[in-house]
Design a protein around this ligand. Structure first.
Ligand code: A2P
Length: 339
């Protein structure tokens, strides 16, 4: 019988954790034991996996005994504290938070882009899953970089509320219902109303005027692509969409390339689907990206304002490819090549 692994999902009751369980099931990850971990608030809960109900356990120092692979999505402070605990007890951690991403000893991986970095898991027993907006962007940038060397990217994001977690999905739904009923709209998760609004503020502001989310897109892209010379400037915006992040990308390349070349390159690229037929009103949209794992790329055109530039628009499911699927794909390479 093929080898089976003991897998923990830490933060199992959250938006990403739940999707991780679904991805493990869909992709038939070889699981011998599935351990679901969450906070005290989830004591007594069970979650469905392959037709049975698995009890949720309260996370503590002993939670990772005997575990081979631990998928974390329970927030930065939980990862900071418990990822080393899990690693010390012999598990390899795939961490969805930002806690470990920029640690030089921790690989930051998108399997379509830099699977070879996974070997560095041996340093600390931790592999970091990048930011959701970064993941979908680098899946598209890597093949273009290989073709024409990217010098600079200007990106604006349109990020769904599910990226903030389950509570933000509820906040948007409640605001929509309150609006329809003519009642006052309440905001607790976001600093402003999100229904019928856009909030150009994701994560905290830094001294340079960018937000931390925007700086993640800069630094993580350079680390994943192994190229600190790629310049990135990002504006990250929260939009009243439930699932699916979208991004407008303006890409400057060292070598001139045409939109047709970009379409042909992306059509062959792993993890990408070209959806680019404006005459038939076909272009990527979050509603179409949601519920599947490919990054949709379209509106591909030459930038009329510069010599060697390409504009495009991409959408991907932020909870799947932007988080859970990417983490499970990392785990698949890990068990195939290393464990
Ligand atoms: P719980 O549901 O018990 O609070 P989301 O990102 O959708 O808000 O989900 C966050 C996930 O992280 C949930 O599964 C949540 O569990 C879990 N979590 C948050 N804080 C902790 C903690 N201190 N210890 C363990 N799990 C936590």
């Amino acid at each position: 019988m093929a080898k089976q692994y003991r897998v923990a999902v830490c933060g199992a009751t959250g938006a990403v954790g739940n999707q991780m369980i679904q991805c493990l099931e869909e992709r038939d990850f070889p699981i011998g034991e599935l351990r679901l971990l969450a906070s005290e608030r989830s004591r007594g809960k069970t979650l469905a996996y392959k037709g049975s109900q698995v009890p949720v356990q309260v996370l503590d120092e002993n939670g990772f005994k005997g575990i081979d692979v631990a998928l974390f999505s329970a927030g930065g402070s939980t990862s900071e504290k418990y990822a080393p605990v899990a690693a010390a007890s012999g598990a390899v951690v795939v961490d969805n938070s930002s806690a470990w991403r920029m640690d030089p000893a921790v690989p930051l991986v998108v399997p379509e882009v830099n699977p070879h970095h996974i070997a560095q898991y041996k340093n600390k027993g931790i592999i970091a899953n990048p930011n959701c907006s970064t993941i979908q962007m680098v899946v598209v940038l890597k093949p273009i970089h290989d073709l024409a060397r990217i010098e600079r990217v200007v990106v604006s994001t349109y990020q769904a509320v599910s990226g903030t977690g389950q509570k933000a999905i509820v906040e948007l739904q409640e605001q929509m219902r309150a609006w329809a009923a003519g009642q006052p709209l309440v905001n607790k998760v976001y600093p402003h109303q999100i229904a019928f609004n856009l909030i150009p503020h994701i994560d905290v502001f830094r001294d340079n005027g960018y937000t931390k989310e925007e700086m993640k897109m800069v630094l993580e892209t350079q680390k994943i692509m192994d190229d600190p010379t790629i310049k990135v400037s990002a504006t990250c915006v929260r939009v009243p969409v439930v699932y699916g992040h979208s991004e407008a990308l303006n890409i400057a390349t060292a070598k001139k390339i045409t939109p047709d070349q970009v379409r042909a390159t992306l059509a062959k690229a792993p993890g990408v689907k070209v959806v680019d037929d404006p005459a038939s009103k076909l272009y990527p949209m979050p509603l179409d990206a949601a519920g599947q794992d490919l990054t949709l790329a379209g509106r591909i055109r030459e930038d009329i304002s510069q010599e060697r530039g390409i504009d495009m628009w991409i959408s991907a499911d932020n909870i799947r490819k932007g988080a859970a699927t990417n983490a499970v794909q990392i785990a698949e390479v890990l068990i195939r090549d290393y464990l």
